[in-house]
Design a protein around this ligand. Sequence first.
Ligand code: NDP
Ligand code: GDR
Length: 393
Amino acid sequence: MSQKVALITGVTGQDGAYLSEYLLKKGYIVHGIKRRSSLFNTDRIDHLYQDPHVEHRNFILHYGDLTDSMNLTRIIQEMQPDEIYNLAAMSHVAVSFETPEYVGNADGLGTLRILEAVRLLELTDKTRIYQASTSELYGMVQEVPQTEKTPFYPRSPYAVAKLYAYWITVNYREAYNMHASNGILFNHESPIRGETFVTRKVTRALSRIALGMQDKVFMGNLSSKRDWGHAKDYIRAMYLILQQDQPDDYVIATGITTTIRDFIKKAAAEVGMELTFKGEGADEKGYLTAVDEKIFIEKVGESYLENIKSHISSSPTNPFTSSPLVAVDPAYFRPTEVDLLIGDPTKSKTVLGWEPKYDLDGLIKDMMQSDIKLMQKDAWLKEGGYRIMNYFE
Ligand code: NDP
Ligand code: GDR
C-alpha cells in the first residue's frame, strides 16, 4: 500500500509537533505549513527536520499562511493530501481581544480557504479534513458537562472566529458531502505548551522560584475552571476522527475540572511547596476572587530545599518571605471570561475508542519535571557567566 500523505497547518505549534511525530511513526508522509518569521520558529519540530537534499524525505515543510488562499490552494494541489489537519490559528484567547480582525481572518476564514480549496480542486472524495475546534465555543455556561449537543455562546473574538470555522466545516460536509470533522478539544497542555498559556506560565514560574531565580509571578483570574488533558493524548483523538468511515464532531476532554488556583497548588507541591491564600475578602476556603488576592508559601518541603541546594550555589530567594509568591494583576483579566469548562467525552470514548493515558497529576508532573530541567540549564548558564549577546553594545 502506498504511504498516506498528511498536510498539517500549524505544524510548528504544540499540537502540530506531537501530531507530526505521531503520523511519521505511523508511516505517513507529513507536509507541514509554517509561517516565515524573522527568527527560527521550528524549535518544537527540529528533531524531525530532514535535510532538503536527502532523497525520499517524509517530513517536508512549506512556507504558507492561513490568510493566503493562493498559497493554500497551491500546496494542496501539489501535495494531494489524504488528510488535512487544520491546526493553525492565533490561539491565544486574551490576545484575540487585541487583534480581532486578524483572528477572524486566520482562524475563521482560514478554515473556509482550506475547505474551498479541497472542493475546487475536486479532492472531496480523496481528502479528509480535521478542524481544530475548541471548548471555547461553549463560552458562557449553558449546561455542564458540555457535550456535542450543548449550545455555543462564544466569549472572545477567538471563540467567535472558531464558531465560524466550526459551522463552515459542518456546512461543507453537508453541502458537498465532504469528509470534514470537528474535534471540540478542551484545554490540553504539555511541556511544549506556549509559555503564555496559564499552565506553562505557572510551571515555568514555579520552577524558577524553586531554583531561586525569580521572586513571584503575577496572574489573572484564578477562579476560572478548566478541563485539562495532555496534548499527547489529544492528538491521538485527531487521528482517530479522520479514520472513521463517516465524518462527525467529537468532544475530547477528561470530564474533570479544576480551578487555576488548584492547578497552582498542585504544581507547587511538585517542588515541595505548600501554598496558602490570604487577603481581604477570603471566602471560607481561603479563596479570593478579589484583585488583591495573594498566595504565600506556607510550608517548604524537603524536595524544594534539595532543589535549591543541589542546583544553584548562589543565595536563593528566601522561601519564608512575607511577600507573596503569586499576586493577581488585573492586567491579565479578560474583557469577557469563560468561567467553567467541563467536557463529556462519552461519544469519543464509545465511537472512537479514545482513552487518555494521562490524568491531571501526571500532566503536571510531566510539565514541572521538564521546566525544572530547562530552568536549571538557564541557571547554570547564568552562573557560568553566559548572557545573551547584546548586538547593540
Ligand atoms: P499553538 O498556538 O501552539 O500553535 C498554533 C500554530 O498555528 C503555530 O504553528 C502557529 O505558527 C500557527 N499559525 C498561527 N497563525 C497562523 C497563520 N495565519 N497561518 C499559518 N499558521 C499560523 O496552538 P496549539 O498547538 O495549542 O493548538 C492547535 C490548534 O488547536 C489551534 O487551532 C488552537 O486554536 C486549537 N485548540 C487548542 C487547544 C489547546 O488547549 N491547545 C484546545 C482546543 C483547540 P507560529 O509557530 O509561527 O506562531
Ligand atoms: P484558554 O487558556 O483561554 O482556556 O484557551 P489559557 O491558559 O490562556 O487560560 C486559561 C484560564 O486561565 C486564566 N488565567 C490566565 N491565563 C493566562 N494565559 N495567563 C495568566 O496569567 C492567567 N491567569 C489566569 C484565564 O483567564 C483563563 O480563564 C486555551 C487556548 O489553547 C485556546 O486556543 C483553546 O481553544 C482553549 O484553551 C481550549
